[in-house]
Design a protein around this ligand. Structure first.
Ligand SMILES: *[C@@H]1O[C@H](CO)[C@@H](O)[C@H](O)[C@H]1NC(C)=O
Ligand SMILES: *[C@@H]1O[C@H](CO)[C@@H](O)[C@H](O)[C@H]1NC(C)=O
Ligand SMILES: CC(=O)N[C@H]1CO[C@H](CO)[C@@H](O)[C@@H]1O
Length: 371
């Protein structure tokens, strides 16, 4: 026996249908033979000599330092422990485990009723078979991931994986895509997926959109009946005050739209739009009150008048405050300085007072001027 005279092998993982290469190396060897045998202990190759008649098994390389064979079209039954033997005395062996990955089948989505009715409780189930190890299933509502309930069952060497999603459908689910995606090592970068688009039927919901907020006599007005339902509720029915629409040239019904080319006071009343499909009927009402443009104008001038009056009152008040302020300041100032002035010029106190009073009168004149 030489130092380093022993076989070396590595475990191998291969995807179902692929090719597995089994290599056995000996670093230091004399002319001792190498052999590969399968999990059933059958010899596959003894040196370069093929022992088992299986077309899928081929020799890749045979020498005293290496024996490499390949198994193509691998199936799950090929999985197991393979042995490389070096026929020294005693025989030395090395074991390599061949793992075969089961490729999950394309997933299928069950449980979808088409169309579903609003309020229905449905359970979508996604199934994929044949994965090994068990595949992972993930659900997406449009692009957003949602949580499903997973269940794994072994069937032979592979697994059947199910994931179910319980939904109470409403109108917002109409047209929504539910995708079930299979993630698995054997699928590498290309996960398998299945998608179902929900179709939800629901009773209509109606709304009336007027083109004007304050309709006035003579104006053009369009009332649009917005109805949403599935199947689409078409056509819609317009009525006025519980009866038929008056037959007037300036009142035009075109599909969902009711148009008044020139509003008249006699048009006011309650307009109703009704839409139905096989799931129900729904309606909306609009109370039309045609304003008199002259009355509106009157209101306008009233407002302008009030505004004007308020502005004048505010202005006058401000002026009064300013004038009062100035008057008070001036009154104080003139009183003090005039006294001093009068006292300087006057030969006696009486004259000083007279002078001061005279100046005071002069100041009052000035004040009047300021107003
Ligand atoms: C090879 O696989 C076997 C069986 O799965 C395991 O026990 C062993 O540790 C593996 N050897 C290596 C080197 O990974
Ligand atoms: C409104 O209708 C009445 C009667 O149909 C008509 O006499 C009147 O002139 C109309 N008013 C306007 C502003 O069109
Ligand atoms: C039919 C109707 O509703 N007529 C009303 C229209 O508005 C005037 C006031 O502008 C009411 O007096 C009418 O009764």
């Amino acid at each position: 026996l030489l130092i380093g005279q022993y076989p070396l092998v590595q475990n191998v993982t291969v995807t179902e249908g692929g090719t597995a290469n089994l290599t056995c190396r000996v670093e230091y060897n004399d002319n001792t033979s190498l052999q590969w045998s399968n999990p059933a202990q059958q010899t596959l190759f003894f040196g370069d000599k093929k022992a088992l008649r299986d077309n899928r098994i081929e020799l890749i390389h045979a020498s005293f330092s290496e024996l490499t064979i390949s198994i193509s079209d691998v199936t799950l039954t090929d999985e197991g422990m393979y042995t490389c033997s070096l026929f020294t005395m005693p025989v030395r062996t090395a074991k390599a485990y061949l793992t075969v990955l089961g490729v999950p089948e394309k997933p299928e989505i069950d449980g979808l009723t088409k169309p579903a009715l609003e309020g229905d409780q449905i359970t979508l189930t996604c199934i994929t078979q044949g994965s090994k190890p068990a595949a992972d299933l993930r659900w997406f509502r449009n692009e957003k991931e949602v949580k499903g309930a997973k269940e794994v069952n072994a069937s032979g060497k592979t697994f059947t994986v199910r994931s179910s999603l319980q939904l109470r459908v409403d109108r917002n689910d109409d047209g929504v895509a539910y995708t079930c995606r299979v993630d698995h090592v054997a699928l590498a970068q290309s996960p398998q997926q299945a998608t179902e688009v929900l179709e939800v039927h629901y009773a209509p919901r109606v709304e009336i959109n007027p083109s004007l907020a304050v309709p006035q006599e003579g104006q053009y007005l369009k009332l649009e009946c917005m109805s949403k339902g599935n199947p689409s509720p078409d056509p819609v029915l317009w009525t006025k005050d519980g009866g038929e629409l008056p037959d007037l040239d300036r009142m035009i019904v075109e599909g969902r739209e009711l148009t008044f080319t020139s509003l008249n006071k006699t048009d006011n009343g309650t307009y109703r739009c009704e839409a139905s499909n096989h799931l129900g009927t729904s309606s909306a009402e609009y109370v039309l009150y045609v304003y008199d443009p002259n009355a509106m104008g009157q209101h306008g001038t009233d407002h302008a008048l009030i505004g004007g009056v308020v502005a004048v009152v505010v202005f006058v008040t401000l002026c009064l405050i300013i004038v009062l302020g100035r008057y008070l300041a001036r009154h104080k100032g003139t009183y003090l300085t005039n006294e001093a002035k009068g006292a300087d010029d006057a030969p006696d106190a009486d004259t000083a007072i007279i002078n001061a009073e005279g100046n005071h009168a002069h100041a009052e004149e000035k004040k009047e001027y300021f107003i």
